[in-house]
Write a protein that binds this ligand. Structure first.
Ligand SMILES: [Zn+2]
Length: 403
C-alpha cells in the first residue's frame, strides 16, 4: 500500500474525539482505526504489537541493534471536534495550478487567505470537499510512520529499537493519562504531528490556570457606605489591574494573560485566567503579578479574595535542549534529505512536553499538513513523502552518534 492509499484509508474512518466524555476512547471510530492499524503492523512484521484495548492505544516495536539509541514515534488517531469528521470526501488534486481551489458548494480555499498554499504549485495536494475537516492532523503522521516502518523493516539499514505509539483523544488532552511508559522505553521520541515540511519544534509555552474567588458582603443599598463589598465589581477591578499583555495583542516569543471567564454578583464572583510564557522566570513573574493584585485588593477590601494557581504544562525546552545530539542529529537528518529545517516555537501545549517531562525528550516534527481543525485543511503529498524520508533519515543518523 502506498502512502496516499494509506492516508485515504485512515481519513475514511471518522475518529472525532468527544470532550464531553472523560475516558478514552471517547469515540468508536478510534477503536475501528486502532484495530486496522494493529492488522497493518502485523503485516509489516512488527515485533511485540500491543493493543491496549481498554484505553485504545496501539504500540509496537521493531527490534534493532542494542548499540544504537531506542527511538519512538508518536501520532494521534483522533480528530478535532471543532469541525465535523463524518464522511470525509477528500479531493486529490494532481499538479496543482497555484490558484484558488473551489471545493463543493462554491466554498473557496483562497490563496489570499492561505498564501502558503501557493508553494504547492505543481505538486499533489489533498483537500476536503468543504464540509468537513480532512483529518490530516494527525493521519498524515500515522501514514508517514507506517510507510517508514514498512521501508525500514524490509530494508537492511542499521537501526536501534524503534517504538511507535498511536494514541487516542489527543485533541481533548487525554493522551498522557493512559500512556504506557513502561512499554515505551525509549531514549528519545518524536511526535509526528506538526505542519510544514521540515518543522522541528521543541519549545512550547509554560502554562498555568489561576482561579480567583471573591466573597462579597451584602447590605441594604441605601445604607451600604463603608460596609458593602460588591464581589462582581471587585472582579472587574482585579481585571483592570492585569497588564495589557493578552492573546489578542501578543505573538512570537511573548507570553500573555488570558481571561478565560468572569462571573459573579454582589455576594460572590469568580475569575479564571490562563497564563502562558516561554520563559520560566517571566512565567513566575506573571503568577506573582496576579498574587500582588489580589493582595492589594485584600488590603483594601477586608481579605475578600482568594487566589489558587495550578501549573498545567511546562516548556519542553528545558528537557529537550540538554540533549544536544538529539537536536543536532535531527537537524542533520532533515538537511540530508534536502529539506531546510524550520525551528519553530509552539504557542500552545503539546503532548511532547508531558512526555519530555517524564524523561523522554520529545520534539514535534512537521507532517506536510496545513490549516488543522478547519474545512480548509489540506495535505501536500510531496511533503508527506519527504517526511517519510526524514523519519528514515533520523533513524540512519541515530546510528552515527549516540545521544
Ligand atoms: Zn495533532
Amino acid at each position: 500500500m502506498n502512502l496516499l492509499e494509506r492516508f485515504l484509508k485512515y481519513v475514511s474512518i471518522d475518529t472525532t474525539s468527544n470532550s464531553k466524555k472523560q475516558n478514552s476512547p471517547t469515540s468508536n471510530g478510534q477503536i475501528k482505526l486502532a484495530k486496522l492499524l494493529v492488522n497493518e503492523l502485523k503485516e509489516i512484521g512488527m515485533d511485540d504489537i500491543y493493543y491496549d484495548e481498554k484505553h485504545c492505544y496501539v504500540y509496537a516495536h521493531l527490534l534493532g541493534d542494542k548499540r544504537f539509541p531506542k527511538i519512538g514515534f508518536i501520532s494521534h488517531m483522533d480528530t478535532s471536534e471543532d469541525v465535523s469528521g463524518v464522511n470525509i470526501q477528500p479531493k486529490v488534486i494532481n499538479n496543482y495550478d497555484g490558484k484558488d481551489i473551489i471545493l463543493n458548494n462554491g466554498i473557496v480555499l483562497s490563496t489570499k487567505m492561505y498564501p502558503e498554499i501557493i508553494k504547492q504549485k505543481g505538486k499533489t495536494i489533498i483537500t476536503t470537499d468543504g464540509t468537513t475537516l480532512l483529518g490530516a492532523d494527525d493521519k498524515c503522521g500515522i501514514a508517514e510512520i507506517m510507510s517508514m516502518l514498512e521501508f525500514v523493516s524490509s530494508s537492511d539499514i542499521k537501526h536501534g529499537d524503534i517504538y511507535i505509539a498511536f494514541t487516542p483523544d489527543e485533541e481533548i488532552g487525554l493522551t498522557i493519562k493512559n500512556f504506557d511508559f513502561d512499554y515505551f522505553k525509549v531514549d528519545y521520541a518524536y511526535t509526528v504531528d506538526g505542519s510544514a515540511l521540515g518543522q522541528i519544534k521543541y519549545e512550547n509555552f509554560n502554562g498555568a490556570t489561576i482561579d480567583i474567588d471573591i466573597k462579597g458582603f451584602a447590605t441594604h443599598l441605601g445604607y451600604a457606605k463603608g460596609i458593602m463589598i460588591n464581589a462582581a465589581r471587585i472582579a472587574t477591578l482585579i481585571n483592570s489591574y492585569v497588564p495589557n499583555e493578552l492573546p489578542e495583542n501578543t505573538d512570537g516569543s511573548n507570553g500573555f494573560y488570558y481571561l478565560k471567564s468572569i462571573e459573579g454578583n454582589l455576594t460572590s464572583a469568580h475569575l479564571k485566567y490562563y497564563i502562558r510564557d516561554f520563559d520560566k522566570s517571566n512565567f513566575e513573574l506573571r503568577k506573582k503579578e496576579l498574587i500582588n493584585i489580589v493582595n492589594k485588593i485584600n488590603k483594601e477590601y477586608n481579605n475578600c479574595a482568594r487566589i489558587s494557581i495550578e501549573d498545567t504544562f511546562c516548556n519542553m525546552y528545558e528537557y529537550v535542549s540538554k540533549h544536544h545530539n538529539l537536536i543536532e542529529n535531527t537537524l542533520n537528518a532533515i538537511k540530508k534529505v534536502g529539506v531546510k529545517p524550520l525551528i519553530e516555537k509552539i504557542r500552545g501545549a503539546t503532548d511532547g512536553s508531558d512526555i519530555s517531562e517524564k524523561g523522554i525528550p520529545c520534539p514535534n516534527l512537521g507532517t506536510g499538513a496545513y490549516n488543522h481543525h478547519s474545512i480548509f485543511e489540506y495535505a501536500s503529498l510531496n511533503e508527506m513523502k519527504k517526511t517519510v524520508e526524514i523519519l528514515i533519515s533520523i533513524i540512519k543518523e541515530s546510528t552515527k552518534k549516540n545521544d
